[in-house]
Design a protein around this ligand. Structure first.
Ligand SMILES: *[C@@H]1O[C@H](CO)[C@@H](O)[C@H](O)[C@H]1NC(C)=O
Ligand SMILES: *[C@@H]1O[C@H](CO)[C@@H](O)[C@H](O)[C@H]1NC(C)=O
Ligand SMILES: *[C@@H]1O[C@H](CO)[C@@H](O)[C@H](O)[C@H]1NC(C)=O
Ligand SMILES: *[C@@H]1O[C@H](CO)[C@@H](O)[C@H](O)[C@H]1NC(C)=O
Ligand SMILES: *[C@@H]1O[C@H](CO)[C@@H](O)[C@H](O)[C@H]1NC(C)=O
Ligand SMILES: *[C@@H]1O[C@H](CO)[C@@H](O)[C@H](O)[C@H]1NC(C)=O
Ligand SMILES: *[C@@H]1O[C@H](CO)[C@@H](O)[C@H](O)[C@H]1NC(C)=O
Ligand SMILES: *[C@@H]1O[C@H](CO)[C@@H](O)[C@H](O)[C@H]1NC(C)=O
Ligand SMILES: *[C@@H]1O[C@H](CO)[C@@H](O)[C@H](O)[C@H]1NC(C)=O
Ligand SMILES: *[C@@H]1O[C@H](CO)[C@@H](O)[C@H](O)[C@H]1NC(C)=O
Ligand SMILES: *[C@@H]1O[C@H](CO)[C@@H](O)[C@H](O)[C@H]1NC(C)=O
Ligand SMILES: *[C@@H]1O[C@H](CO)[C@@H](O)[C@H](O)[C@H]1NC(C)=O
Length: 589
């Protein structure tokens, strides 16, 4: 072979020969361009040769000496390589083997969503024309080279979703043309956000989520007045939210979720009038929700959950006309729910659970006709459920669990034809459950545990075939148990304990093939356990204790091999316990 080209692979040799042919047949000027083109071709072919076989196969068009026609490559008007774009090609290789010096005119490297690994070589700093460097979603590792700071024309730098180590390089501050800066999802990064990033006034996107960053948010962030997206979610940032944030009047997405930020929300938040999503959830923030929040007329998503906010929900929340989602759950909010919430007709979800809210559910809630989810559980709300609730015809989940609510459940509830999940447990409700509670046939979960409900089971519930989970335990509900319930094909869990049901246990329960838990303890049941119960083969818990059941315990219960807890004590059974029953906890007497 040709000993004076020792490093070259056969592909490259072929290219060389073409070059020699070309140089004798073309003019001086075109030859110099061609030489340039070939030098680029060699560099790329050398690089390709270092890839794994499968990746090389994907680049089969890379042959000859004219890279401008190769897949993933684009050239400028002088036929010099200007762009490498391998987005989602599925390539596996490294950058170590690419001679960057041979590609001086390149302005785009876009290779996101591949399997490149190894470090980013220092030599990348020679690409003085580079405008876009997007390598997100690869397996690069090692430190981010400080030479990145030499790429002064960069407008897009995305190193996200790799395994880079160490700090965000200070040198990033030199990239004054940057618009898009992302290091997101590099869980091994550490250190703080360099204050000098405040010099990058052209930034529109700053995405540092999931980077294990510590320290506080630098006040210089306020210099980035072109920002539209600020995502610092899922780091270990502490200290306050700087009041300078109020200068970021163009930010639409402000995501600070899941850090250790403390202090209160600065009043200046009200100046960020372009905000569309605000997420401060899962931090250590405290103090009141500032009333200036009412100025955010474009806000659609407000997430302040899992903090230590106190005071009342400001009345000004009622001015957030664009709001679709408000999640203030798990804070120390007190006071009443402002009636102004009724103005927010675009709301489809309200989550206020686990606070210390007082007073009535405002009747203005009936204006929120787009509401799908309403969760007010775990507060100290009192009074009755307003009739206007019947207006919320799109409501699919209504959670009033654990409050001080009382009175009867308004009959208007039957208008909620989309309702799938109704949780009324641990309140002081009384009267009968509304008779048409399952008319629509969508109800899957009903929990009325520990209230003062009386009367019989509503007739619509008897044939509610959509039921999956039903808890009526801890009330004063009466009736013949055989007549009150039917066969529920999807029923998984039913608890009727501590009520006044009487009559015989129906053999129909054996046909509820999905049933895992049946509890009817502390009622007035009589008669024998039907042997058919042994056909409910998914049963794991059966509690019939403290009734007046008689007869022999049917040996068929021994077929219930998944049984974990079988409680039959405090009845009047006769005969021996069938020995086939082998369960974790069994108390027959
Ligand atoms: C070279 O590339 C062309 C497409 O540009 C392709 O048709 C041809 O099969 C390739 N030749 C080799 C030897 O890979
Ligand atoms: C790279 O190619 C993809 C798909 O062809 C395209 O969507 C994307 O805009 C390109 N990226 C750059 C920076 O040119
Ligand atoms: C890389 O390319 C430059 C310019 O073409 C050349 O001078 C240099 O020797 C090359 N480096 C390697 C390691 O091949
Ligand atoms: C990467 O590409 C694959 C297939 O092309 C796709 O399924 C996957 O969703 C992509 N991942 C990302 C993060 O874009
Ligand atoms: C995050 O940084 C801390 C030290 O600051 C380190 O102990 C921890 O392992 C890092 N987490 C990950 C996922 O690298
Ligand atoms: C922020 O902007 C001010 C005024 O424009 C400037 O004096 C200051 O140097 C900037 N700070 C940083 C860190 O860029
Ligand atoms: C923003 O970019 C322009 C050129 O696009 C540049 O002149 C200007 O200095 C940059 N702004 C900052 C704050 O660096
Ligand atoms: C915001 O962007 C515009 C246009 O790119 C630029 O002229 C201006 O200097 C930038 N603002 C700052 C504070 O850099
Ligand atoms: C944040 O709050 C949690 C829970 O109260 C506490 O353990 C943690 O030390 C707090 N962190 C900071 C930085 O205040
Ligand atoms: C019910 O909704 C309508 C709009 O669909 C509204 O006009 C009416 O005031 C609401 N009723 C109550 C009680 O909120
Ligand atoms: C109930 O069981 C049937 C089969 O026995 C199954 O198709 C269905 O998905 C189950 N329902 C639920 C809610 O698990
Ligand atoms: C309960 O209802 C069933 C079916 O209607 C009936 O046969 C039975 O006599 C009733 N039991 C009592 C105690 O009323």
């Amino acid at each position: 072979m040709l000993p004076f080209f020792p490093r070259l692979n056969p592909m490259k040799l072929l290219a060389m020969c073409c070059l020699l042919l070309m140089s004798v047949t073309t003019s001086m000027t075109t030859t110099s361009v061609a030489i340039q083109g070939n030098e680029e071709a060699y560099a790329l072919l050398d690089w390709k040769a270092s890839f794994e076989k499968q990746s090389q196969a994907l680049l089969s068009s890379w042959n000859g000496s004219d890279p401008c026609h190769w897949v993933g490559i684009a050239c400028d008007h002088s036929k010099s390589v200007s762009s490498l774009n391998f987005t989602k090609f599925g390539l596996r290789g490294t950058l170590q083997t690419l001679n960057f010096s041979s590609l001086p005119n390149i302005h785009t490297i876009a290779m996101s969503n591949n399997s490149f690994y190894g470090t980013i070589p220092k030599q990348i700093g020679v690409l003085s024309n580079l405008d876009t460097l997007d390598v997100h979603y690869n397996q690069f590792s090692g430190f981010i080279p400080k030479q990145i700071g030499s790429l002064s024309k960069l407008t897009v730098l995305d190193l996200g979703a790799n395994n880079f180590l160490g700090n965000i390089p200070q040198e990033t501050k030199h990239l004054s043309n940057l618009k898009y800066l992302a290091f997101a999802y590099n869980n091994n990064l550490r250190g703080s956000i360099p204050a000098e990033l405040g010099m990058l006034g052209n930034l529109t996107d700053l995405r540092f989520e999931h980077c294990n960053l510590t320290g506080s948010i630098p006040t210089t962030i306020g210099n980035l007045t072109n920002l539209s997206v600020l995502n610092l979610n899922d780091n270990h940032l502490d200290g306050p939210i700087p009041r300078e944030i109020g200068k970021l009047v163009n930010v639409k997405y402000l995501w600070l979720q899941n850090n250790e930020l403390s202090g209160s929300i600065p009043q200046e938040i009200g100046l960020m009038t372009n905000l569309f999503q605000l997420d401060f959830s899962s931090n250590n923030l405290s103090g009141c929700i500032p009333s200036t929040i009412g100025n955010l007329s474009n806000l659609a998503y407000l997430y302040l959950f899992q903090n230590f906010f106190s005071g009342s929900i400001p009345d000004e929340v009622g001015k957030l006309y664009s709001l679709t989602t408000i999640q203030l759950l798990t804070n120390n909010l007190s006071g009443t729910i402002p009636p102004s919430i009724g103005n927010l007709v675009n709301l489809n979800s309200i989550l206020l659970r686990d606070n210390t809210l007082l007073g009535p559910i405002p009747s203005t809630i009936g204006k929120l006709v787009n509401l799908v989810l309403l969760d007010l559980s775990g507060n100290m709300l009192s009074g009755t459920v307003p009739f206007s609730i019947g207006n919320l015809t799109k409501l699919s989940k209504l959670v009033l669990l654990s409050n001080e609510l009382s009175g009867e459940i308004p009959i208007e509830l039957i208008k909620l034809t989309e309702l799938e999940d109704l949780q009324l447990a641990y309140n002081h409700f009384n009267g009968q459950l509304p008779h048409n509670i399952c008319t629509s046939g969508n109800l899957a979960k009903l929990s009325a545990t520990n209230n003062y409900f009386t009367g019989v089971v509503p007739s619509s519930l008897k044939n509610c075939s959509s039921l999956v989970r039903l808890r009526l335990d801890g009330n004063q509900i009466t009736g013949n148990i055989t007549e009150s319930f039917n066969v529920y094909p999807n029923l998984d869990y039913i608890d009727l304990s501590e009520n006044n049901f009487h009559g015989h246990l129906s053999s129909k329960w054996g046909k509820c093939s999905n049933l895992t838990c049946l509890r009817i303890s502390n009622n007035n049941l009589s008669g024998a356990i039907p042997p058919e119960l042994g056909e409910a083969t998914n049963l794991q818990e059966l509690d019939l204790s403290s009734n007046h059941l008689t007869g022999a315990i049917p040996k068929e219960l021994g077929k219930l091999t998944l049984m974990i807890q079988l409680l039959l004590s405090n009845n009047s059974f006769s005969g021996n316990v069938p020995i086939q029953i082998s369960v974790g906890f069994f108390s027959p007497l």
